[in-house]
Design a protein around this ligand. Structure first.
Ligand code: AHR
Length: 548
């Protein structure tokens, strides 16, 4: 039986969301599902919050890959270029949405990257073969250009270091180059390159996907953990302000999933602050092309977060450590079409068209759901990066004449603008349907899980007296009413009410039709202590309210 025929729609099932389901939605479906009919309801109490939302959970990623750097953010020959060679159209867009933190320079690229090739006079920088993507790297853009660009877009850098061909020594040299003021070999080299002030880079990823056999310099977990501990200990000595992220599993489908994380942390738990998670979703093998399963995949992200947290806490507990690690979900997105053949093979070209995934409406709806999960898990996830930002599996696409916004741009921009303050601990009840259980390829799954039609996340910004709700309606056929029940406060006005939806789930934007999928105003609910929001079928809705 395939997953579609196996699925039973339970229109009368309600998933209770107060405690269990709100915090472990992927679990909730078996543990807390209740048989009862009725409309969806969310109870909002400003005193019940999960955590302060760290803005860095809405970060992104720029890799030396395809046209992400060259032709994306940097293109000296372009009519849009400023005196640094930065594309001003792209810069304005990124600064405009306020991306808080941006990971760089990779990704797989970093595991073969010599950062020294990318500093100093541009005319002396070597052209090298990047073996991760079989691309020619000109090195015209390096760490200094990157930091300058980050300042220009008001983002904080998150630097990945080379744990493939690199050593703790090369990582320490880079840290010294970036963060030590003066009077040492590498800090003086930075000054000689024209950067007098240290870059003061706080966030560092110790390698990338080192669990993956595809990774340059892939080694077993214990060896990686020892290397990470050695580098981390020295890095902290050099600059105690750094925040260090150990490299976790590249996803739940790795045979070493969780074991890698455990073995790594057993070596370096005391020296690092966080562990990384990566995940790319798709509506093909894992779902059998079933959009109702696809739109439930943010619950798979929830589950992954929960499992990695459990491993962190198990290792910490066994070590009798007083420290709690946070999570850096530093690569996440939809990516399943541009994943093979010429889409991933640079063929020794400079800035080839790689990983240029074109997103449709259903991808944007899932990205909305994934952002909901990150908001709900902001107690533990402190950094997360939409991978990536420009041209490569990205919300922004460029050509020589300009740029367009992909469908996934919109939920991301909403989160950046409206998810502020604290994440609300919402008590959500919603009718539900069933799909094959999370975290397993559809073809092999024999268990079902219950998925609420409405997925709701919310934030409250007490200082600015606003609350925002983000609602995904996974029902492809029916609009659903969501009753909002306010405790201890009553909204006084609607700041904005918008919806991302459409009749064609496969509709895409492009240079020819940049506005095919864009948010539209939605009829705002009447404000009061009980309100009813009508959430259109297959939609993602933003409701921002002013509070008394
Ligand atoms: O983001 C694209 C690639 O996906 C990254 O280089 C790698 O880390 C991951 O596998």
């Amino acid at each position: 039986m395939n997953c579609i025929s196996r699925r039973r729609f339970l229109s009368g099932t309600v998933v209770a969301g107060a405690s269990l389901a709100a915090r472990f939605p992927w679990l909730a479906n078996s543990a807390a599902a209740q048989e009862s009919a009725g409309p969806a309801r969310v109870v909002i109490d400003p005193d019940r919050c999960i955590s302060t939302v760290d803005r860095n959970i809405f970060g992104s990623f720029i890799e030396h890959l395809g046209r992400s750097v060259y032709g994306g953010i940097y293109e000296p020959g372009s009519k849009f270029a400023d005196s640094n060679g930065f594309r001003t159209d792209v810069l304005k867009e990124i600064k405009g949405i306020g991306v808080p933190i941006i990971r760089y320079p990779g990704g797989n690229f970093v595991s073969g990257y010599n950062w020294l090739d990318g500093v100093g006079p541009k005319k002396d920088r070597p052209r090298v073969l990047d073996r991760a993507w079989d691309t020619i790297e000109t090195n015209q853009f390096g760490i200094n250009e990157y930091v300058t660009w980050c300042h220009a877009v008001d983002a904080q850098p998150l630097i990945g270091t080379n744990f493939g061909t690199g050593t703790p020594e090369t990582t320490l040299a880079l840290l010294e180059y970036c963060n030590v003021d003066k009077g040492t070999k590498w800090s003086d080299l930075r000054r000689a390159h024209g950067y007098e002030k240290p870059h003061a880079i706080k966030y560092w990823c110790l390698g990338n996907e080192m669990d993956g056999p595809w990774q340059i310099g892939h080694i077993p977990a214990t060896q990686y953990g020892i290397k990470a501990r050695d580098a981390a200990r020295q890095m902290r000595e050099m600059d105690p302000s750094v925040k260090l992220v150990a490299c976790g599993s590249s996803g739940p489908f790795m045979p070493t999933y969780l074991e890698w994380d455990q073995q790594t942390l057993e070596q370096c738990y005391d020296e690092v602050d966080a562990i990384s998670l990566h995940r790319y979703f798709g509506n093909a093998e894992e779902t059998g092309g079933d959009t109702t399963r696809y739109l439930a995949m943010n619950l798979d992200m929830d589950r992954q977060i929960h499992e990695i947290m459990a491993v962190c806490d198990m290792v910490g507990g066994r070590m009798r450590s007083n420290k709690t690690l946070w999570l850096s979900f530093d690569e996440w997105n939809v990516w399943y079409r541009a994943r093979s053949g010429t889409a991933v093979d640079g063929q020794r070209q400079v800035a080839p068209h790689l990983l240029e995934e074109i997103y449709n409406l259903e991808d944007a709806l899932l990205v909305g759901g994934l952002l909901n999960t990150l908001i709900r898990r902001s107690d533990r996830v402190r950094v997360a990066c939409l991978a990536q930002l420009v041209n490569v599996i990205a919300p922004i696409m460029t050509n020589e004449n300009g740029l367009f916004r992909q469908t996934i741009y919109y939920p991301y921009a909403w989160a950046l603008e409206h998810a502020r303050g604290k994440a609300l601990e919402l008590a959500v009840t919603s009718p539900a349907y069933e799909v094959p259980v999370a975290g397993r390829p559809a073809a092999r799954s024999h268990e079902n899980m219950s998925v609420p039609y409405l997925d709701v996340a919310g934030t409250i910004d007490v200082e600015n007296k606003t609350a925002s709700l983000f609602v995904l309606n996974r029902d492809l056929e029916k609009a659903r009413d969501l009753e909002l029940v306010w405790h201890e406060t009553t909204p006084t006005r609607v700041n904005t009410c918008q919806v991302l939806t459409g009749s064609d789930l496969k509709a895409e934007n492009g240079f020819d039709a940049p506005d095919r999928v864009v948010p539209k105003p939605l009829d705002a609910p009447q404000v009061g202590s009980r309100m009813t929001l009508e959430v259109p079928a297959k939609s993602y809705v933003l409701l921002s309210l002013g509070l008394a």
